[in-house]
Design a protein around this ligand. Sequence first.
Ligand SMILES: O=C(O)CCC(=O)C(=O)O
Ligand SMILES: [Fe+2]
Length: 331
Amino acid sequence: MSTLFETEVAALNRPWVDSPYFPDLLKRAGLSPEMEQLVRTFARDGYVILDPKIDDETIEAAARDMRKIPPEKLLFSDGTRLQDAWTMSDAIRRIAIATAVMDALKALYQRQPYPFQTLSFRCGSQQKTHSDTIHFGSIPYGFMCGVWVALEDIDEANGPLHYYPESQKLPIYDLLDIGVTAFTQAQAFEHYARYEEFVEGMMVREGLERLELHVKRGQALIWASNLFHGGTPIRDLARSRLSQVTHYHFHGCMYFAPLLSDPGLGLLHVRNLTDITTGEAIPQFYNGIAIENPGEWPPKLNIDRAQQAMISDARRSSSVVRRAKRFLFGR
Ligand SMILES: O=C(O)CCC(=O)C(=O)O
Ligand SMILES: [Fe+2]
């Protein structure tokens, strides 16, 4: 007899690649051989490199737009990075919703992906090693990933992305883990240096291999939310490093900012996010129950529907018990 967890991806509230039953689930998934290989690699390494099949004109237009858009027109943007330039550039938006990427993400997570943020980099970020789980939280955990697209050729001199294969299997660390109470901070990044220091040491202690992404223009890398990565120092300061990162969440979750949250105190800095695909708010759920006020704390669950669901679940299980009794005891 196989259990529910062996046969149904949705039985576990975690990405299927992290399920102990992943090999069984993959066998039953009916994916094409190429997609199956992609998922297998992602489950093992925490990332995949793929051709997102974005046409040249779109790449060209996105590169042009990101050079042109004034950072002061956007929030949290400067000469190095533009946040959410998709709101001002159709090409940047098209990269975020590229069909080949969305298809890969659906296979990798078995849920509908929601692109919710773009970062357009004019030059290397030189960002220290981190996992995106410290920036973007989902409940249930793990339903987030990043897609990095090169808009020009990348090599060791223009500050490539670096990453640690298999590091996604390390525990998910939040501020509490490193001894910081999030809600006493004046702002989100107050103790971020402490996090970076912890991570830097952990990479050495774990003896993980560090790779750099040297790819041609148009190529992409998808990382799992807990894959540790960052931006390598720029060796040739005259060079640009045109690239786009799109951050994605997946259907059926509640989304929050870990740098501003203390889950143990029941204080979650929840977020209302826009789906770049539709321009609409991403619907949010707690274990299948719709949240009526995404972005507000505490969440209002649709209790009527939740109770209905619980009652019908109970009825279903009591009728199963009745039937089983009849079968076993003949009454
Ligand atoms: O592109 C980079 O150098 C790093 C970007 C990054 O860490 C992110 O967008 O999550
Ligand atoms: Fe990141």
